[in-house]
Design a protein around this ligand. Structure first.
Ligand code: TEU
Length: 530
């Protein structure tokens, strides 16, 4: 039988460059720092690294405001550093996926500067979404859309003569003007950007805000927005998930397929409806989409089971591998979000046993919690800054990693500097300390990833069979000979004598009759039959 393509069951590890490892002592992580720490990823046992943006940027949104999509920001290093990173990663058997940000550019991108310097109606303006305002003198925004970071999604510019002029759309910060994907120059520019990085050897792309590129014709008002993730399940906002966005990805897929070695793309699409999400992964579009419905399911047996079933069903319909994700640089760290490290580790073992592909976020292998007590004056996230502090924002999951006992920044930087302070408790959680302790979170991750790679039932993106299990628990079987049993309740449960214990996120006690007791909030893996 043919081996399944590498990405169908791959484990990806997200590196957030500014917080991973610093090589030059400025307190901000960089590409040479990542190169030095690649052996950590090899030892962890992941298949691929996904790098968040490292492009030249004024950093209004931590680099998701890209001023030059073909370069490397000096704070992160040089293009030569990037080439070395790809070469070294490949040498260690790790693939490299990079972030691509097509929904918007930085306001300092050459195109946006040209748009500001050009008159309404010009070709330069038509690469973005400039519109006249409503109301007397055009003083009101063109429609009712709001920014994801709060406030109107429109900012008014001054025209060349100094008079108040048109408005431009920004679904995120004002420093992130949205591109006009009905402009053919925008489309060909991004194909050229893809080729630029494919030619440098990257194995794929993570597409930022993949569901946002196309806006409904005429930019109609959004009206009342249904509340909550579930509420938007059957609703379509005029700026998210427009059907025409799929044409863009058909074009991208043709470019990816021109390159040898299965280059892939994964959509960051916050689409609550599993079928509409899976549409991004039809055979002639992207390879994967982040499974945010799974992330949003929390730690609830019924909800998780429903999401798993819906995800597998939608994925199988389009022939794509499902993905599973518990953490990234935008959401509170899993132990905090789910209500404890025990739950986060149980959730991790659960997702690693599911068919398909898994995305990990740096620091989850160390069991890091959300840092909730960062001083306000150090916070940099526009979510925090633009809400005047009302929202805490995403800095708490972006604190630099603790590597060793070395210096004030726990091995993060040779100077001991760190752009955000690390909690004192992280001294006990360094990668170095955990590597020596078989009972540590890191050791469990390593064992689990090795087992996932070696166990014949755990590869591929095949099927699972649910087993009957007590309320508040989830049990499934994968063939040949593997059972995953998760206890999501607050009390221990008895697992019948099903086989030999392979791994567990908590201590499992055996009883004389061959059954086992699984503590609250624990997942275990079993070898059965044969
Ligand atoms: O995020 C897209 C997104 O919509 C959310 O995850 C966003 O972070 C949240 O709504 C804010 O409250 C992507 C990136 O992952 C994120 O870091 C960027 O800020 C955003 O796009 C804009 O590029």
């Amino acid at each position: 039988a043919r081996e399944p393509a590498w990405w169908r069951d791959a484990v990806f590890y997200q590196v957030y460059p500014r917080s991973f490892a610093d090589s030059d002592g400025d307190g901000v992580g960089d590409l040479p720092g990542i190169v030095e720490r690649l052996p950590h990823l090899r030892d962890l046992g992941v298949d691929a690294v996904w790098l968040s943006p490292f492009y030249p940027s004024p950093m209004a949104d931590a680099g998701y405001d890209v001023a030059d999509p073909r370069g490397v920001d000096p704070v992160f290093g040089t293009l030569a550093d990037f080439d070395r990173l790809v070469e070294r990663a490949h040498g260690l058997g790790l693939r490299v996926v990079i972030d691509i940000v097509p929904n918007h550019t930085s306001h300092e991108h050459a195109w946006f500067r040209a748009a500001l310097a050009s008159p309404p109606g010009s070709c330069e303006r038509s690469r973005y979404l400039f519109r006249d305002g409503r109301g007397p003198d055009g003083g009101e925004p063109p429609n009712d859309w709001t920014s994801q970071f709060g406030g109107p999604a429109w900012t008014r510019v001054r025209e060349a003569d100094g008079s108040p002029g048109q408005w431009y759309l920004h679904l995120y910060a004002p420093e992130q003007p949205d591109l006009n994907w009905r402009n053919l120059e925008v489309r060909s520019e991004y194909l050229s950007i893809l080729r630029h990085w494919l030619d440098r050897g990257v194995d794929g792309f993570r597409i930022d805000v993949a569901h946002g590129l196309l806006k409904a014709v005429g930019l109609p008002d959004a009206g009342a927005i249904p509340q909550g993730w579930e509420g938007r399940m059957h609703h379509r906002l005029p700026y998210w998930d427009q059907p025409e966005v799929h044409d863009v990805y058909r074009g991208w897929r043709r470019v990816l397929d021109e390159y040898a070695g299965e280059r892939i793309a994964v959509a960051e699409a916050w689409v609550p409806n599993p079928d509409r999400l899976a549409a991004y992964t039809r055979p002639d579009e992207l390879h994967q989409a982040f499974n945010f419905p799974y992330l949003m399911a929390g730690w609830d047996a019924e909800r998780i089971r429903r999401v798993v079933d819906a995800s597998l069903d939608s994925a199988h319909k389009v022939g794509a591998p499902p993905t599973w994700v518990l953490a990234n640089h935008d959401v509170p760290r899993a132990p905090t979000r789910l209500g404890g490290l025990d739950r986060a580790l149980a959730a991790l073992l659960f997702e690693l046993a599911l068919p398909g592909s898994v995305y990990l976020y740096q620091g989850e292998e160390l069991g890091l919690e959300e840092v909730v007590d960062l001083p306000d004056e150090l916070r940099q996230d526009p979510v925090f800054l633009r809400s005047g502090g009302a929202l805490r924002g995403r800095d708490g999951c972006r604190v630099p990693l603790p590597w060793s006992d070395d210096g004030a920044s726990l091995g993060f930087s040779p100077s001991g500097r760190s752009w955000l302070p690390q909690p004192a408790g992280w001294r006990a959680l360094t990668a170095e300390a955990q590597a020596k302790d078989p009972a540590s979170t890191l050791s469990m991750y390593r064992r689990a990833l090795r087992l996932r790679r070696e166990h014949p039932a755990l590869g591929g993106d095949g099927v699972l069979t649910w087993l009957r299990s007590p309320e508040g628990t989830l049990a499934f079987e994968r063939s040949p000979g593997f059972v995953c049993f998760a206890n999501l309740t607050d009390a221990p449960v008895v697992v019948p004598p099903i086989g030999a214990l392979l791994e567990s996120s908590g201590p499992v006690d055996g009883a004389p009759d061959g059954s086992h007791v699984l503590p609250a909030h624990t997942t275990s893996w079993w070898s059965v039959g044969g």
